[in-house]
Write a protein that binds this ligand. Structure first.
Ligand code: NAD
Length: 290
């Protein structure tokens, strides 16, 4: 298949490489990032888009997606599908899907979970919104770039799943970190705390797989001086997207709201920027009751 790939940064670069390795022809555009080996260079997003049966975007945020979509949708071939894998706000996703539909083109929102490691190893999970026909067309590409693709519903359903998942992740990480800090003050050994909680009702991915305490449980960014991993500012971005969505859908999300406020303080007023999102644990260790 001929694929156009726009946005070849930390995630897009390795995803495009995997498509090339599987034998697809990929033409790419990124104003900054170097193109991976085997990806043909286009002079603009529109020039890349006119070549692709599927046009994949992997961009930093919703405003950039809207701007790029305005440029590339008019250039796309008849019958082509636009597949946006970025994490963006639900409103931008829906606006871009409408732009594509107005030209008679298919569009998918297909954000991912799994990080740079998953992009490199082809083990991402895709959560996908859009029509069944568009999903069926892109599914073979999801199977190359990832290990699982869930068709969640119509336009916006993929982004909705992503931000709900990451709201749970932010909240459980904070709960896990504050519980470790409380356990310390109560004199409870961290290894014992992990042994109990990871097999009891307090267990979660944050505790069992991504334990924020160094030297406890599996190897995680906590064992590497909290180098990301998944940076706190990316968690803050996702929590803000969940709050924006909650506001526009009139949903009550008090824990998500508090998690967004805590990560905002951590990133913007404390030392969280550039540190893994599990570095909330040393943050709580330093503090008494507030
Ligand atoms: P990145 O900043 O490394 O890559 C984004 C790329 O988009 C950059 O190379 C940039 O030059 C390019 N870009 C910006 N404006 C452009 C334009 N007008 N036309 C073409 N390209 C343009 O970011 P990333 O880590 O690859 O993340 C991409 C998306 O994936 C984000 O939405 C992020 O939230 C999401 N995501 C990231 C991770 C992760 O662990 N990094 C995990 C899951 C989801």
């Amino acid at each position: 298949m001929k694929i156009a790939f726009i946005g070849l940064g930390n995630m897009g670069g390795p995803m495009a490489s995997n498509l090339v390795a599987a034998g697809h022809q990929v033409v790419g555009f990124d104003p900054v990032a170097p193109l991976p080996e085997g990806v043909a260079q286009a002079t603009s997003a529109a020039a890349a888009a006119q070549e692709g049966e599927v046009v994949i975007t992997m961009l930093p945020n919703g405003q950039i997606l809207r701007d790029v979509a305005k440029e590339l949708i008019p250039a796309m071939q008849e019958g082509a599908v636009l597949c946006d894998c970025s994490t963006v706000d639900v409103d931008s996703t829906k606006a871009v899907a409408k732009m594509a539909a107005d030209r008679g083109l298919g569009a998918l929102d297909a954000p991912v979970s799994g990080g740079v490691g998953g992009a490199t190893n082809g083990t991402l999970t895709f959560m996908v919104g859009g029509s069944q026909a568009a999903f069926d067309k892109v599914k073979p590409l999801f199977d190359i770039m990832g290990q699982k693709a869930v068709h969640c519903g119509d336009a916006g359903a993929g982004q909705s799943a992503k931000i709900c998942n990451n709201m749970i992740l932010g909240v459980t990480m904070i709960a896990t970190c504050e519980a470790f800090a409380l356990a310390d003050k109560l004199g409870l050994d961290r290894e014992k705390m992990f042994d109990v909680v990871s097999t009891s009702s307090g267990q979660s991915w944050s505790m069992n797989t991504y334990c924020p305490a160094p030297g406890v449980g599996p190897q995680t960014p906590a064992d590497n001086d909290y180098k990301p991993g998944f940076a706190s500012e990316l968690m803050l971005k996702d929590l803000r997207l969940s709050q924006q969505a909650a506001e526009s859908a009139d949903a009550d999300t008090p824990m998500g709201k508090l998690a967004a406020a805590l990560y905002a303080a951590f990133v913007e007023a404390e030392d969280g920027k550039g540190r893994d999102f599990s570095a909330m644990l040393p943050r709580f260790e330093k503090r008494g009751r507030t």
